[in-house]
Design a protein around this ligand. Structure first.
Ligand code: CTP
Length: 415
């Protein structure tokens, strides 16, 4: 869990910083927010305070009621020099949005607010996400200021191109999406500070295709979205992630090693190779349970008719779980359709030898396969934990939290 300092300067995009603060807090980071006076004219400090659970500071003369502590930390006994404390203790400092005015001050080394003073005093990785009108962004003064800051080691997160706040205007100057901003800050965190640093995670995603002939296959509706969200969440926590993607059209998250496979046999072979090195297996893929016993070498003709003999595929999860060694966590997924879903998933937990089964009730059309949202029940030997409907990213975080709990329990000596 990192201590993140978020500087918010004045601009319409300040509202997006609220979502960034929410996502960072949800990911388990301790977030403190510094706002310029101008920023408080765009969004209220109370919103940030509610989201991160800590007071917002604006002026360097203000007393910090938390004495430089981040949410989740104990307050120090003494009252430190306020404007140096947060900057000195954070693991990364991101200014988002960074207005043209704030960028010019930071480039000049001004120290006229809590945000600018802290920036000057911060030795942790510093990042800036400029957001402004495209002409202001393109102006030589802004570009020279950004070049100066880059030379000094500040990471500038390029604004996106698209519709701008003023009606009818289009160009470069949009603040990137909060998810991307968070990913960039997390990537900038010093190695060793992230909770899953040193862990190797193997994720399978998508649905396999079992050939009937060279053009037809037996497939399923798994999009790979849940597996991708898990891979992204594990990478954000610092893990080294390998994604075995079975027919996944979506791109792999940044920093994740991707290996493409097509059939259950290929997935079994690739997973078999990678599993020995992994600490955590997240078996989110939907491998086919059956394949054609003898796929045709040439395209079958309709006029010839078709009788398909099927044979079962290997149960990859069960096979991997049976050869697990100490320190490996095995997570399986169960897509059940209504009634007795929990009993069936619990049976799967035992039968397949997994530590956790993530149960997905696919009879609910709002969640599952192609949807962006999901709701699951986490089933372990110890009990059940409901994760209510949310984005697949938030559900992925909840699954990884459960893996954390299981690993902590497994590493504790038994009483
Ligand atoms: N799985 C696997 N290999 C297969 C089929 C499934 O590793 N050939 C994994 C899936 O990735 C998932 C879990 O097993 O993590 C649950 O899959 P499911 O098909 O629901 O399990 P089955 O054992 O086929 O159960 P059922 O009797 O309900 O079909």
């Amino acid at each position: 869990m990192a201590r993140l300092l978020l500087g918010v300067s004045g601009g319409i995009a300040a509202y997006k910083a609220l979502e960034l603060a929410r996502l960072a807090t949800l990911a388990g980071h301790g977030v403190r927010v510094l706002m310029t006076e101008t920023a408080t004219r765009f969004v209220g400090a109370a919103s940030f305070e509610g989201i991160v659970g800590a007071p917002v500071l604006t002026s360097e003369f203000e007393r910090d009621p938390l004495r430089g502590a981040f949410p989740g930390e104990e307050q120090p006994g003494h009252d430190p020099i306020g404007h140096l404390e947060l900057a000195g203790r954070c693991d990364a400092y991101l200014v988002a949005p960074a207005s043209a005015n704030t960028i010019s001050k930071l480039a000049a080394g001004a120290a006229d607010s809590m945000l600018t003073t802290s920036f000057l005093a911060c030795t942790a990785p510093r990042l800036l996400a400029p957001a402004m009108n495209d002409r202001m962004y393109a102006d030589a003064a802004t570009q020279a200021n950004l070049a100066t800051l880059r030379e000094r080691g500040v990471e500038v997160i390029e604004p996106g191109e698209g519709k701008l706040a003023s009606r009818g205007e289009f160009g470069r100057g949009r603040l990137p999406d909060p998810e991307l901003l968070l990913a960039r800050v997390e990537a900038a965190l010093p190695a060793g500070d992230r909770p899953w640093d040193g862990l190797r995670v193997l994720v399978t995603a998508g649905g396999t295709r079992e050939p009937i002939d060279p053009v037809r296959f037996i497939g399923n509706r798994s999009s790979g979205r849940m597996g991708i969200a898990l891979a992204a969440a594990a990478a954000k926590r610092g893990a080294e992630v390998t994604l075995l993607a079975a027919n996944v059209a979506l791109p792999a998250p940044a920093g994740v090693r991707r290996v493409d496979v097509e059939t259950a046999a290929q997935l079994a072979a690739a997973a078999g190779e990678e599993f020995a090195e992994a600490h955590v297996l997240l078996m989110a893929a939907a491998p086919a349970d059956f394949r054609a016993a003898s796929p045709a070498a040439g395209k079958l003709r309709r006029s010839e008719g078709l009788e398909l003999a099927l044979e079962p595929t290997e149960d990859i999860l069960a096979a991997l779980a049976s050869r697990r060694r100490d320190g490996q966590s095995v997570v399986g997924f169960a897509a059940e359709h209504g009634g007795k879903a929990i009993e069936r998933a619990r049976d799967k937990l035992e039968r397949k030898g997994a530590d956790l089964i993530v149960l997905n009730d696919v009879s609910n059309p709002e969640i599952g396969f192609e949807s962006e949202r999901n709701a699951v029940t986490l089933i372990t030997a110890g009990g059940e934990n409901e994760v209510p409907i949310d984005s697949k990213e938030a559900v992925a975080e909840a699954i990884l939290d459960e893996v954390d709990r299981l690993r902590a329990k497994a590493s504790r000596p038994s009483a």
